[in-house]
Design a protein around this ligand. Structure first.
Ligand code: AMP
Length: 396
């Protein structure tokens, strides 16, 4: 798909007013300060490129889930200072994302200036991809660039509707995400290992099914592993199982067997009596989780086996933690996988907030080939779905 979308360098942008859709949906600490500015940093190459072209840059983003209403805590004002520090220049704030006041501010802009619009999702029309709202956004600018990969799986006014009214292109981050994820689907270096963890089979079955035609090994962890283990008729005690997904999981296992894919479920587990830091916990073999106990992490044998798979792989895609990694005693599996990826020779791609957090906590983020900024978007892309925000940038 990557050759088919228009890139930012293909638009004539000198001195133009450009609406740049970014993903500044960052996390905050208890004091209301940005606790992880990765998403802001990732947008800098495109912003700097537009600055070189002396563009008037109108930045548009959503933040959180205000559900179409003004929520004071979710104002984009909180992004202004960290953005200014990263850019080394001042950024003006607009009172709204559309409307006459904002339009007047844009009119006064000079080349090389930046205006940050208010949270797009304060307007319910944004998520409905409503025509008039799309037009109002488009009225602010002469060209449109989308660098918000994390929102590209949603057809909203600022990702899809607006492209109907302005010359449109993908920013560098979006182009890079599409190029890297396309390579995973089209020509990954083999063996290709998929590390899959997290909460639910239902969220990730689509991506497993699509990747089965491309991968050589799968290693499973997280809560979703117990549905697979149950499908193989091993005891899982009180671990989280999606009983309505047992048939689906059986078809996945059967397909993997036919395709001769190495499909690993954990050899052992850390089990606990409750998902809490003060719970009793111990290690047990696969198939031997007693009633009243819950699998909360992969065990030491599984960790060793999985490290072996990582060292044999040439390409790795990781999505989802191996256990309840928010609780220290149950974080070992996830952290060991992060460390193993950090020292592996394979080209690795990590997607999903929790896996990214683990990689950063392990201090190996620099050693990962690509940290995907869109958890949901990267999964849908690897499912083989056409993402509306990307389709909208396709060359006619
Ligand atoms: P996901 O968003 O699908 O990647 O799921 C991440 C969540 O799965 C995290 O909040 C983990 O705490 C949770 N999780 C991982 N392993 C388990 C487990 N064995 N039991 C319950 N929850 C889990």
């Amino acid at each position: 798909m990557e050759n088919k979308i228009t890139g930012v360098k293909e638009l004539a942008l000198e001195e133009k007013k450009v609406l740049l859709r970014v993903d500044f949906n960052v996390p905050f600490d208890e004091k209301g300060r940005v606790s992880d500015d990765t998403r802001i940093k990732m947008a800098l190459p495109t912003i700097n490129y537009l600055l070189e072209k002396r563009c008037r840059i109108i930045l548009a983003s959503h933040l959180g889930r205000p559900q179409g209403k003004i929520v004071e805590k979710l104002r984009l004002a909180s992004i202004k200072k960290p953005l200014e520090e990263l850019l080394g220049q001042s950024v003006a704030l607009a009172p709204d994302s559309v409307g006459s006041e904002t339009e007047n501010l844009v009119k006064k802009m000079k080349g090389g200036e930046i205006l940050l619009l208010e949270n797009l999702r304060f307007h319910p029309e944004e998520e409905k991809n409503e025509k008039e709202f799309s037009k109002s956004l488009a009225r602010l600018a002469e060209s449109y660039v989308n660098d918000a990969f994390g929102t590209s799986h949603r057809a909203h006014s600022s990702t899809v509707g607006i492209t109907g009214y302005l010359p449109s292109a993908a920013g560098f981050l979006l182009e890079k995400e599409v190029a890297i994820l396309s390579k995973l689907l089209e020509k990954p270096e083999r063996p290709f290992l998929f590390i899959l963890g997290g909460a639910k089979v239902s969220d990730k079955a689509g991506v497993v099914k699509n990747l089965l035609a491309r991968i050589d090994m799968v290693i499973l962890g997280g809560a979703l592993a117990y549905t697979f283990i149950k499908a193989k008729n091993w005891d899982v005690g009180n671990s989280q199982v999606e009983y309505d997904k047992l048939d689906l999981v059986k078809t996945i296992l059967e397909d993997a067997r036919k395709k001769r894919i190495e499909f690993h479920t954990p050899l052992d587990h850390t089990i606990a009596t409750k998902i809490a830091a003060d719970s009793k916990y111990l290690t047990t073999e696969r198939g031997a989780i007693p009633a009243g106990w819950i699998g909360v992490d992969i065990g030491p044998k599984a960790i060793e086996e999985y490290k072996g798979c990582i060292s044999r792989a040439k390409t790795v895609f990781w999505n989802g933690p191996m256990g309840v990694f928010e609780i220290e005693p149950f974080a070992r599996g996830t952290m060991e996988i992060a460390h193993a990826l950090g020292s592996a020779s394979a080209y690795s791609v990590v997607g999903g907030g929790d896996s990214l957090a683990a990689v950063k906590k392990a201090g190996v983020a620099e050693k990962i080939g690509h940290l995907s900024t869109g958890g949901g978007a990267s999964l849908e892309f690897l499912e083989g779905k056409v993402l509306p925000g990307i389709a909208a940038l396709q060359k006619k």
